[in-house]
Design a protein around this ligand. Structure first.
Ligand SMILES: O=C(O)CCC(=O)C(=O)O
Ligand SMILES: [Fe+2]
Length: 204
């Protein structure tokens, strides 16, 4: 994207509609909400995220075990400005929609950059912090090539997969982080995909 179109993207008012997702109940009080093509201007968001986020490689213990995490990451903490106004508006609309059920706002934005089909995240729950003991939500917006978010019950059972495409919204809720696990598996071929995960305070 050239400078001028970046400038227009920044200046034009951003219209993010209230989400109207479809819910799929899982077992044990977990659920997943999906809304296709919810995020406006997904091309702009993709370009800005690739260019502006201070990406770093992730090599560390993650969640409840040490996992191999080949992807780039960066987290915007509470109160930090996000790299595109669409993301700020999206976070605020998600807070508005889910507040009655969630009881608190989404405040952090974890960003992940899957450069190609070899980048992935292994099975885990977001169980640093309150996700290990309390119902919570993790709201994901995805841009770029579609990838599968796989979900399986902890302790065994059938897994399900939700394709996360360009501009899609996927929200994991209820007990999902502690009673289910999720993963973004490697695939033979894929172009870049970026994911932004909005979480409430104290959920990682
Ligand atoms: O790539 C995604 O959308 C999911 C990432 C994820 O599960 C995590 O970072 O905890
Ligand atoms: Fe996760």
């Amino acid at each position: 994207m050239d400078f001028q179109s970046t400038l227009f993207a920044e200046m034009a008012p951003v219209d993010v509609l209230p989400p109207t997702p479809e819910r799929t109940p899982l077992t044990r009080g977990a659920w997943v909400d999906v809304q296709r093509a919810w995020l406006p201007r997904p091309d702009d968001v993709f370009d800005i995220l690739v260019a502006e986020v201070p990406w770093r490689a992730e090599r560390r213990q993650m969640y409840d075990r040490v996992v191999d995490v080949p992807r780039l990451v960066h987290t915007y903490g509470e109160g930090e400005p996000l790299p595109h106004p669409v993301l700020t508006r999206a976070r605020d609309e998600l807070t508005r929609h889910y507040l009655p059920e969630l009881g608190e706002p989404f405040v952090t934005a974890g960003c992940c950059y899957y450069r190609d089909g070899r980048d992935s995240v292994a099975w885990h729950g977001d169980t640093f912090g309150r996700g290990s003991t309390h119902d919570t939500m993790v709201a994901i917006v995805s841009v770029g090539d579609p990838r599968r978010l796989c979900l399986r019950p902890r302790g065994g059972g059938h897994s399900i997969a939700v394709t996360m495409g360009h501009g899609d919204l996927v929200v994991m809720g209820g007990s999902c982080q502690r009673t289910w696990e999720h993963a973004v598996p490697k695939v033979a071929a894929a172009g870049p995909r970026l994911s932004v995960q909005f979480r409430p305070r104290g959920v990682f």
